[in-house]
Ligand binder design. Structure first.
Ligand SMILES: Cc1cc2nc3c(=O)[nH]c(=O)nc-3n(C[C@H](O)[C@H](O)[C@H](O)COP(=O)(O)OP(=O)(O)OC[C@H]3O[C@@H](n4cnc5c(N)ncnc54)[C@H](O)[C@@H]3O)c2cc1C
Length: 479
């Protein structure tokens, strides 16, 4: 076993999309930077989350859209070509190889050390390499933890014996299970139920709550429920698994006892029951933090409970918004802040805006790629009510927008805009319906830009697009 030591300005633990961007920005600020990555550079998003899941969903959503268009519907009446869909998914996941991302990292002059990184004290990190060697790293300015999350599994008796699917298996499996049980009702659950039902599984969803997508506006979950049921998914609300076993070894069936006393048998079970931070084994105890905790940060991504201001936590691991685009936004800010502080520049004077994350609190956009799609940004009406603001909720039936007619004959969808009546600005928007994913950025600009409604009237939507919903929402608001 060899032991070597190296010093960098900045050490980033975790080379997912967020760690990569922190490193690139810190390097662009002139700091020597290294990423420590124990698996694949590109992280969960590139290999077991965003990229493979969207590659699997795209043909399903495109087929659903095409099947509503007269003249096109016969062409998409048959089943999906499963082999081709999975092959495309493999390609979009770069065949689980990260050479391209390594090339990119080289091109921006950031070093990479493969191995498991652990803090060993202030500004110090030890990397255990796959060969069993240890590399001791010291940071002159900052360490950023961007170790992301893993699937959180509920403590169900028998779980350790059934080899359940998590989001990793659900996005990388190369066989279609005949029967798939999906536990959960959030984004991963609804997206993966959509995929596997379309690829030929009989999917049963076991949902603890009384509806799907409970963190969003209720109509979004209702429309997605309708879509999944029409596709043939069996959705059981207020139900969960109380115990389970797998019969007859590796390929046997999974037998579940349910909270309503019933039984369910499936070939695979997917647990889409939330995420937990990957902080159990990163040496948090050496800097006074508790292993396994989420890391709490300020708006410049400094960990609040550590003295000296050298430790940052960026991306999923800080729990502010578990999405790649939001983590990369945080990374751009954190990398620039680290650079500014190291170069003794003011942190709120960057050319492209303040070095402080505000969007995390006010305007997090999200798209759920189901049939129909859901897109939202900012507050939901429930959150707005809790915030104590004076809000007017404006609803519009998307089927009445001219652009919706281009999507076929029985368009079903809805839009909701929340107006802060004291400030005359939009503070939240939710759309549900075919094609709404591409609308979300218009809503994000309205919310983030705090565009007064008087000005929004002058943002003229093109005819005939779904964007005309903005005009209808304004008209409905005016009354
Ligand atoms: C099924 C699924 C679909 C999703 N789809 C979308 C989507 O469409 N759009 C979207 O915006 N978001 C999506 N997300 C969320 C998105 O994947 C995450 O928000 C994103 O990956 C977070 O990036 P990150 O860099 O913070 O963490 P990660 O991507 O988890 O990367 C963390 C990295 O750190 C490494 N690491 C961990 N511990 C150590 C250690 N001790 N030493 C060295 N390396 C370590 C890991 O190997 C990993 O490479 C999806 C998530 C799931 C589960």
């Amino acid at each position: 076993m060899n032991e070597t030591t190296r010093t960098y300005d900045v050490i980033v633990i975790g080379g997912g999309p967020v760690g990569e961007n922190v490193a690139e920005r810190a390097r662009a600020a002139g700091l020597t930077t290294v990423i420590v990555e124990r698996e694949l550079l590109g992280g969960e998003c590139s290999f077991w989350a965003c990229d493979p899941s969207k590659a699997l969903l795209r043909p399903v959503v495109a087929r659903a859209d095409a099947s509503r268009i007269p003249g096109l519907d016969p062409a998409v009446a048959g089943p999906l070509d499963v082999e081709a869909v999975l092959a495309h998914r493999d390609k979009m996941s770069s065949y689980w190889k990260d050479e391209d991302q390594v090339d990119w990292l080289n091109s921006v002059s950031v070093d990479l050390i493969r191995g498991h990184g652990r803090l060993t004290g202030p500004k110090r990190v030890a990397v255990q390499t796959p060969d069993g060697d240890t590399i001791a790293l010291t940071a002159r300015h900052a360490v950023a933890v961007s170790t992301g999350t893993r699937a959180a599994l509920p403590p169900i008796p028998g779980l350790d014996t059934v080899r359940p699917w998590t989001s990793r298996e659900a996005t990388s499996a190369d066989k279609v299970p005949g029967r798939l049980a999906v536990v959960g009702g959030g984004v991963v659950a609804v997206e993966m139920a959509t995929v596997w039902q379309a690829l030929g599984s009989q999917v049963t969803m076991l949902v603890l709550d009384n509806g799907l997508l409970e963190r969003m506006e209720p109509f979004a979950g209702e429309l997605v429920t309708e879509g999944l049921r029409e596709a043939g998914v069996d959705i059981r609300f207020n139900t969960t698994v109380t115990s389970l076993t797998r019969d007859g070894g590796e390929d046997g069936e999974v037998r579940m006892t349910l909270s309503d006393g019933g039984q369910l048998v499936a070939d695979e079970i997917l647990l889409a029951t939330g995420r937990a931070p990957q902080t159990r084994d990163v040496g948090l105890e050496t800097v006074g933090l508790t292993p396994g905790d989420w890391l709490t940060v300020d708006d410049t991504f400094r960990v609040t409970d550590v003295d000296g201001g050298w430790l940052y936590a960026v991306g999923d691991v800080n729990r502010r918004a578990l999405m790649t685009h939001q983590g990369k936004y945080q990374a751009r800010i954190a990398g620039a802040v680290i650079g500014a502080r190291a170069n003794q520049e003011p942190v709120d004077d960057a050319p492209w805006g303040a070095h402080v994350a505000t969007a995390d609190h006010a305007a997090v956009p999200q798209v759920v790629f189901t049939t129909p799609e859901v897109a939202s940004v900012g507050l939901t009406s429930r959150e707005a009510e809790r915030s104590g603001r004076r809000i007017k909720v404006v609803d519009y039936d998307l089927a009445h927008v001219a652009g919706a007619h281009q999507y076929g004959e029985d368009y079903r969808g809805r839009a909701r805009m929340l107006v802060d009546t004291d400030r005359n600005t939009v503070v939240g928007v939710t759309f549900a319906g075919p094609g709404v994913g591409e609308l979300v950025h218009s809503a994000t600009i309205a919310v983030t830009g705090e565009v007064p409604l008087d000005r929004l009237w002058h943002a003229v939507p093109a005819f005939p697009t779904l964007g005309e919903v903005w005009l209808r929402l304004l008209e409905t608001y005016r009354g």
